[in-house]
Design a protein around this ligand. Structure first.
Ligand code: B16
Ligand code: MG
Length: 225
């Protein structure tokens, strides 16, 4: 007797941006480091790891570690960090798509399944355009789409609605613990990209999308489900 639960067939994939389709983490890191240095706040690469997939405001709160500033100062710091980030992403080109990602998006669509972006970034649209990935996506959900950031499920539920699919028919591909948590809270399927220490809660884990085909994603889900 099989104990396996009946699963809804996969209808689409929702991809995170930073850490999955491209590596904007380095640009975020440099922008935060510059702000932290100017403000005399302790910050380094290890601290930056905790900001993966975390919204801009929540990231600043983590950096401030309970230090209290007037609201205007907080808003000014957020704007300054973003201006440093925007300056940096002007250098992004289609060559900055992570290995395997473009091919995988194209393969998923050729197979008749849907693709969406599910990124916490409010700058995701600009990054997508610079990468030349927009034509490979059926829908874009980003930091401007919903109020509550990851780990709330809202962003991925919004993306599933845009794809006109039930959450259980969508697979979220994520590199951040907050993103896996968000997807699971919304009842979406999950594939983690990166080390198991970070994304081990996902149904399946892959080191990257390099050389990964649709069949491998579906197989990985089946064997961990
Ligand atoms: P922005 P993702 C996230 O992107 C980044 O990982 C995170 O470091 C950043 O703070 C967040 O976007 C917000 O970005 O400041 O551009 O709105 O991984 O969800 O694609
Ligand atoms: Mg990410």
């Amino acid at each position: 007797m099989s104990l396996e639960r009946e699963r809804m067939p996969v209808g689409g994939f929702i991809f995170d941006l930073d850490g999955v389709l491209t590596d904007t983490a380095e640009f975020h890191y440099r922008a935060w480091q510059r702000l932290a240095d100017e403000e005399g706040l302790p910050f380094d690469r290890a601290a930056n790891e905790h900001l993966r997939g975390v919204s801009r405001r929540a990231s600043l709160e983590l950096i401030l570690k309970g230090r209290v500033y007037p609201n205007e100062k907080i808003e000014a710091m957020l704007a300054r960090k973003n201006s440093y980030y925007l300056e940096a992403i002007r250098a992004i080109t289609p060559a900055d798509v992570l290995p395997g990602a473009r091919e995988l998006l194209a393969e998923i669509r050729a197979a008749g399944l849907k693709t969406a972006l599910g990124s916490a970034s409010r700058n995701a649209g600009e990054v997508l355009d610079r990468l030349g990935l927009r034509p490979l996506l059926d829908a874009v959900a980003d930091g401007n789409s919903v109020e509550r950031p990851k780990p709330a499920p809202d962003l991925f539920l919004f993306a599933a609605r845009l794809l006109d699919l039930p959450p259980a028919a969508c697979v979220v591909v994520e590199d951040a613990a907050a993103g896996i948590e968000a997807a699971q809270a919304g009842g979406l399927r999950t594939i983690g990209i990166g080390p198991p220490e970070r994304v081990g809660r996902a149904e399946a884990v892959l080191p990257s999308l390099e050389g990964v085909h649709l069949a491998a994603l579906l197989n990985a889900l089946e064997h961990r489900a």
